[in-house]
Design a protein around this ligand. Sequence first.
Ligand code: FNR
Length: 386
Amino acid sequence: RRLRSVLSLDDFEASARRHLPRPIFGYVSGASETNASLRDNRCAFAAFGFVPRVLIDVSGRSPEIELFGRRYAAPFGIAPMGIAALSAYRGDLVLAQAAADANIPMIMSGSSLIPLEDVAKANPDAWFQAYLPGEPDRILALVERVERAGFGTLVLTVDTAVLANRENNVRTGFSTPLRPSLRLAWDGLIRPHWTLGTFLRTLAKHGMPHFENSYATRGAPILARNVMRDFGAKDHLNWSHFALIRERWTGRLVVKGIMAAEDARIARDHGADGIVVSNHGGRQLDGTVSPLRVLPGIVDAVGATTPVMMDGGIRRGSDVLKAMALGAAFVFVGRPFVYAAAVGGRDGVAHAIEILASEIKRNMGLAGLTSLRDAGPSLLHRTGDA
Ligand code: FNR
């Protein structure tokens, strides 16, 4: 019933704002410092308009697409998002199952409160995203665990050399470790659906949430004072650590968080199988340009040999078409899927996937596209510096 009034991905955000305690909604929706990158991620799409083609038989159009030799129902997947189980009951499992049902990829975050083995069981095609621990023996142990669980694709997120300045988390009272406060208690009290359906249900059935996947073993509980020891700055990580993983990991290796064409070349030369152009949803270096703006240059640099994917600010089927016209092989969407899980669980995520997939299919018809591979630069007109 709650989903009937949700007509677009942005509607999920409005609904999640009412539904989630303020610190948790702020953690998901927020970015860093002045939110310049967050804004640019949306603005960049407005810098392009469509030039539709007409009187083309589009009756056989399909948003299906091939990636890494596998056919997906749509050209988008679910981006990795940490501690999703704080927004929705068993959030990572909800996302994994809805993605499996819809035949789209889901990337599970390494900063998850659900063991990676459980997510692999729920969706054997899920990808695993890792923040690397800093020491070679721990890196190798983590890679082994991911392999043993059966993941075929490992995504290394490389844009987190140091922790970002997320002022909004301080302002809303969100922190890791999560600190119980009167404000949080009040917030929970006025949002009983979240308090009963997510928070207390988790505590009753599974106990205190832990970071489950930071190392080869279970990490710290979310309330522990030393919880960030697993996520602190890894500012010494460099391409030699990447090379170590490439040597050891026999599955597909994707690098997420590339913005410079030169880094894309280095990643390819180090054996990356794919690249996700991303500024982490505007959550790392504030002022980083939108991935959409650097996408064409990166496609020029490595696109012929390496699938170039992107994420950041995609909220409409038309955004997906613009990214693909600029050369993206595939895209990922973050926040809206966590909002959907928070508001409607597995049904909510299914609804979000359905909304975006049908927008793509409808817009393909309106633009004169029968296949997404036909989307090229001639579909777009630069409208200015929006
Ligand atoms: C993220 N992101 C992220 N990325 C990653 O590689 N590992 C992670 O654990 C997380 N965690 C995370 C939590 C939350 C709440 C958000 C919103 C984002 C970044 C994410 O994968 C993706 O790059 C952006 O969210 C994409 O932008 P949109 O679609 O949210 O605008």
